[in-house]
Each structure stands twice: as structure tokens, then as C-alpha cells.
Write a protein that binds this ligand. Structure first.
Ligand SMILES: [Zn+2]
Length: 236
């Protein structure tokens, strides 16, 4: 898998934008620490080749039970690999620009067909306190990157709220995690009344519990709405 920020800029004032990106990104590769070229988005081309690209849409991983939902993802998530370095930086190390650029790179792999009937993208929300402490929601920035390629689609950050802090889920079994997730979110249906098809956006799917919580909520309250999932990475 090879991306550079040159691919993300076509003919619109590219040199200035690339220079700006180079100022924003760490000058060294997140994984191997080699110095980056100006158009490498946080990860050098060698380490990008370590990302296992996914053919779209994703063949559903066995631990996900989203029967009637289509899932699009960019690469597979592996612990201790470049995918982990990239996603960790996006989430915890002020990786705002990385989120947007990789969201846009993701969008460039999507066919118009996969997006054309979608009215809005819904980033998986953070609890307001967590968003305040982090300063941003990585899923929202990934969604903004996607929307840079599909400007006809709206960003919808008002229809779902996270109402509980999520504690560590590692010691809970799958049913407990799914129950927790469905109690974690609140739906405000009036902010979805204009839409028949929505896209849920997240950075990575591991257990699937968070997305299942939101999907179950949508299915219960607004069963007519079609749902497509867009995540940068998914575990096998
Ligand atoms: Zn590298």
C-alpha cells in the first residue's frame, strides 16, 4: 500500500499544501523513525508497504455480526505493526492532520457507487469529557478527510451522543461488551429524519462492540435507515 500526500492534492495549489503538511507531520516515520520525504503522510513508503491493504468492501471478519451492513476498510490492524503505530498516533499523539489525510486516502480507494446514496457520515462519538481532554475526535477528522473527496455528503455529529465513559473492556466477555456498548450511546432521531442511508465512521474495529452498540440503537429506533461502515482498519 503506497500513499503520499501528492496523490491527495491533484491540481489545487499542491506545492503550498504539501509544504504545509510537511510542517504539520512529524519529520520521522512513525514506525521506523527514518526521516520522511515531504509527501509521505507520517509513515515512510517502506513502512506503508507493511500495511496489509484490503479489497473493498471487506469480507466480513468472523467476530463481527453486522449481518446486513456493508463494511469498507483501508487496511488490516495488527498489534506491534505499522498499523498500530499509525492508529495510536492518530488517537493519542495529536494526530489531527494524519486523521484527515488518511481519511482522504481512504476515500480515494472508494468507488462512487459505495458512497453515492449516503446522505451523511456519522463519526463514532467520544464522550464530551474525553473529546475535551484529547482536543479532537479522531473519527470525526477521518470523516472530514473522506468528505474532502465526497463533498455532497454531510457530516453529522449531532445525531448520536456518547453518554457513558467506556471503561476498559478487556476483561469482559463479548455479551457484556455488547450490552455496555448499547447503553453507551443516545440517539437524537430528529437529526436523522432527512436520511435514508448513513455511513458510520471509526478509526479501527477490533471487537466490533462499539459499532454494534450504535447499529443496534439505529435499528431499534430507525429501522428503515440503511447503514454502511467506514473504518480505516479492521482486525482479521
Ligand atoms: Zn518507516
Amino acid at each position: 500500500m503506497m500513499f503520499n500526500s501528492k496523490d491527495l492534492n491533484d491540481s489545487k495549489g499542491m506545492p503550498l499544501y504539501i509544504s504545509f503538511l510537511h510542517l504539520l507531520f512529524p519529520s520521522r516515520c512513525l514506525d521506523c523513525k527514518i526521516e520522511l520525504l515531504p509527501d509521505e503522510p507520517g509513515v515512510c513508503v517502506f513502512c506503508q508497504s507493511g500495511l496489509e491493504a484490503i479489497s473493498l468492501p471487506v469480507e466480513r471478519p468472523p467476530h463481527l455480526t453486522m449481518d446486513t451492513v456493508e463494511i469498507y476498510a483501508l487496511f488490516y490492524y495488527k498489534k506491534q505493526g505499522v498499523s498500530q503505530s499509525l492508529l495510536h498516533t492518530m488517537k493519542y499523539s495529536q494526530g489531527r492532520s494524519l486523521c484527515v489525510v488518511w481519511g482522504r486516502a481512504f476515500a480515494q480507494q472508494l468507488s462512487l457507487h459505495s458512497v453515492e446514496s449516503i446522505g451523511c457520515l456519522i463519526p463514532v462519538p467520544l464522550h464530551p469529557k474525553k473529546k475535551f481532554l484529547r482536543g479532537y475526535n479522531q473519527s470525526e477528522l477521518i470523516a472530514k478527510g473522506i468528505l474532502a473527496e465526497f463533498p455532497q455528503v454531510h457530516l453529522n455529529t449531532r445525531c448520536i451522543r456518547r453518554i457513558n465513559h467506556t471503561k476498559s473492556q478487556t476483561r469482559k466477555n463479548r455479551n457484556a461488551r455488547l450490552f455496555d456498548a448499547s447503553c453507551t450511546f443516545e440517539l437524537i432521531p430528529e437529526h436523522l429524519s432527512a436520511y435514508q442511508h448513513v455511513g458510520l465512521v471509526d478509526d479501527v474495529v477490533t471487537t466490533g462492540a462499539t459499532l454494534m452498540g450504535i447499529i443496534n440503537l439505529l435499528r431499534t429506533r430507525l429501522p428503515h435507515i440503511r447503514i454502511t461502515i467506514f473504518v480505516l482498519a479492521v482486525t482479521k
